[in-house]
Design a protein around this ligand. Structure first.
Ligand SMILES: Nc1ncnc2c1ncn2[C@@H]1O[C@H](COP(=O)(O)OP(=O)(O)OP(=O)(O)O)[C@@H](O)[C@H]1O
Ligand SMILES: [Mg+2]
Length: 340
């Protein structure tokens, strides 16, 4: 079991930061928040890049609600969720009789977003034809309704997001270069959660509070062992996956106030299989043991990389890593490293 004083120390740490609904403590998130605060004030287009579940939409909202447009609409459209024709009529609206079924005039989302912010989600999935039309809105501030002949003027700020490499799409000719530069005036890159694991504890605390609020109960606490498992996992689905795992853990912990490893999902436990066996053996676990294992894992990785880099020249590798040759040989044998 963790010692009570350790827990107290962790829970009283308030050296994380938050902005709007974004929380974190990593350097990269801090830098991102600082950038958001500045760019929100300027009426420029922003491209947000990041893997799925990293918080792109949250960032887009933070930009809008901290900008001069905050009292106007924040309109979201997911460009990959519609067929081309549907997306077009959603974005631009249509005039009565422009196609079968167009029984009355429809306002497009660009009009709804006038004076506000337009969030183009999954912008990389937009067809070339629509890219041209969006470019026109950006360049001239006008568009035509489907079947319409009168240009409509709007003033919208574009915030776009993608989980693809849009630059690569441009190189491959799948995304218009001129539109790319129009959108990518400011670029915000949200790093994946595995590259900022320092954020896992504060995100966890924050998410547990959100879940408690929703369920109208006191927030659950999380044991140090469970937190260590969360920290060690790589989170391919990023913060959204962390949210899902915690939702499940809250359910599986039942009446218990504390989330223990036994309440965590199989997938998480599988990834830390060594941990699981020990945890399941008696339900407790020393922090010292966790640290020892974590260090060993990193060490093994570093040595493997060093050996690859020096083509398994042990003398060179030892020099590179700043340890003695004999020490290196011992470690190679302990970690059962073999040339492949
Ligand atoms: N830094 C953060 N602080 C608090 N909550 C976060 C943070 N980042 C993401 N989240 C939460 O994670 C979830 C996913 O975020 P969001 O929907 O913004 O991600 P996304 O990048 O748009 O994902 P997708 O590519 O799947 O659409 C949301 O519930 C959001 O509130
Ligand atoms: Mg999203």
């Amino acid at each position: 079991m963790e010692k009570p004083e350790e827990r107290k120390e962790r829970m009283s740490e308030k050296d994380y930061f938050s902005f709007d609904q974004l929380v974190g403590r990593s350097e990269s998130l801090r830098a991102l928040i600082e950038k958001i605060k500045v760019i929100a004030q300027y009426d420029v287009s922003v491209l947000i890049e990041g893997e799925s579940g990293t918080g792109k939409e949250l960032v887009a909202r933070a930009i809008h609600y901290n900008s001069a447009r905050k009292d106007r609409e924040f309109v979201v459209i997911n460009c990959s969720a519609f067929s081309d024709t549907l997306l077009e009529s959603e974005l631009f609206g249509y005039v009565k009789g422009s196609f079968t079924g167009a029984i009355s005039e429809k306002q497009g989302l660009f009009e709804v977003a006038d004076q506000g912010t337009f969030f183009l989600d999954e912008v990389g999935d937009m067809s070339p034809a629509l890219q041209v039309k969006i470019l026109r809105v950006l360049q001239e501030g006008t568009f035509f309704k489907v079947g319409g002949t009168k240009p409509i003027k709007v003033n919208v700020r574009i915030v776009a997001a993608t989980n693809r490499n849009l630059k690569l799409f441009v190189q491959e000719g799948r995304f218009r270069e001129d539109l790319f530069y129009r959108i990518n005036v400011v670029n915000l890159m949200i790093p994946p959660l595995r590259e900022r694991k320092e954020d896992v504890p504060v995100l966890t605390e924050n998410i547990l509070k959100k879940i408690a609020l929703k369920n109208q109960e006191a927030p659950k606490e999380i044991s140090e062992e469970s937190l260590e498992i969360l920290r060690r996992y790589d989170w391919p689905g990023n913060v959204r996956e962390l949210e899902n795992e915690l939702e499940k853990a809250v359910i599986f912990s039942g009446d218990k106030k504390m989330i223990n490893p036994a309440s965590l999902g199989q997938e998480l436990l599988r990834h830390v299989r060594d941990l699981k066996q020990e945890v399941l053996a008696d339900g407790t676990w020393s922090l010292k043991e966790i640290k020892r294992r974590a260090v060993a894992e990193i060490e093994k990785d570093v040595i493997r990389k060093g050996l690859e880099k020096t083509n398994w020249n042990r003398t060179l590798c030892a020099k590179l890593l700043g340890i003695s040759r004999i020490d290196l040989i011992r470690k190679i044998s302990r970690y059962q490293l073999k040339k492949t």
